[in-house]
Write a protein that binds this ligand. Sequence first.
Ligand code: XMP
Length: 512
Amino acid sequence: MAHQLIVVLDFGGQYSHLIARRVRECGVYCEVWPYRASLDKIKNAEPLGIILTGGPKSVYAGKAPRCSADLFRLGIPILGICYGAQLVAYLNGGEVRAADVGEYGRVELTNLFTAAKLFEGVEQNTVCWMSHTDFIARVPEGFKVTARTPDCPCAAMENESRKIYAVQFHPEVVHTQAGTQILKNFLYHICGCRGDWSMTGYVARTIEELRQKIGDKKVICALSGGVDSTVASVMVHRAVGKNLTCIFIDHGLLRKGEGDKVEEICRSRFDMNLIRIDAGERFLAKLAGVTDPEQKRKIIGEEFIRCFEDIGKEIGKVSFLVQGTIYPDIIESGLGDSAKIKSHHNVGGLPDVIDFEEIIEPLRLLFKDEVRKAGIELGLDEDLVWRQPFPGPGLAVRIIGDITREKVAVLQEADAIFTGEIEQAGLSRDINQYFAVLTNMKSVGVMGDSRTYDYTIALRAVSTVDFMTADFARIPYEVLARASSRIVNEVKHVNRVVYDITPKPPATIEWE
Ligand code: XMP
């Protein structure tokens, strides 16, 4: 049964995906579509409501992204947020201008029209999150201002009879105190949603659909050990059991003990068919002497494909190939692609070398946090579903310079100590990614009475929302001290530990 749908039209705002996630958290299914989506497509999908997102441009600028003014005549409830609010004003005959001073950060709302449906249950002087320089200087005919701030004459407006609403602030951002309430009011009281989106329902329905679709045919899934491919394979396994075969290529560049963990989960916990290929030697041979990061990625990407080619020959034709694609991978951006900083080779070329009839992507509608919920729903452990992202090329991009088996072992040990200390200190959920890097630098040290000349380990830990920007995590000194002292004491060939305090940008999260 199809879910009720809310369409989020993306005008390139930095919070567009966050809006969609919040809507789903309210129990309503929604999709992010580019602002160029045609009116026909929108009408055919029969959404119960449309949300217009923020965006970086001025609505009156020559090349500003705009939707058709006819969107407002479809009779579907609309909520414009930030740029979206200004677009509502602009396209309906109001006026938007640049203010002398912008509003950024926490601001108190005043003159809130508490009888407005959008503000049901919201208190006067509630705090919201603003991020704008342009403002709605004159509201369109038929619209009424429903909130202000000391600097903004129209922080919210509505045309109740046409069910068009606009807020200059960001209800999706946690700093907007009544943000969730406002979104719920829009979804439930204005659009009439029933709240038919839940992870339990989704998982059960998807398993049933997979069962119908796959029947007695053969399916294979490439496991990386990451959250997405693990959840996808467990879901398919729940549907078709032994008709699924998982293939796990261990390139020898995983974290300490990780390969065995993946194997244990698949075999012992879930009794899955698993083919594990220990290809460490093969990968190391190809990487010998290579120092350029992009070259390393390319070699690993290609070697994956070669491994799968070999397996493909062995297993012959299969009906389905499972991929752990998730929603952010497939959302079309409203404003086109940005510059590529690093090429992310994972198992991208797989479809070309495995002989299969169809790709199955059971997570293609889910955001990352929903994938985690689905994992829990399927009986996976918390620590597995909360795993941090790990790059496809693994430790290869955390060993600066050439890669040897010894260096991999040094890094695995140091990384296990650092990550263990973070977990021990109860910081693992607060820090979004943390790991050790083996720099290519040696320096002088003293151990006992002897001079040493050994490697420096760099520790990296970041706080981030989307991994596009990040700041270094403010780890307590005691935790850093313990990790540092254990690493130099317990890991051979390391005599110095440094902590990376660079944000992204200008640095990236990984060192390569
Ligand atoms: P950077 O280093 O670009 O990393 O700031 C952003 C996020 O992407 C991860 N990353 C990768 N993931 N293949 C991947 O699957 C890769 O080649 C790769 N390089 C970086 C990185 O761990 C961080 O979470």
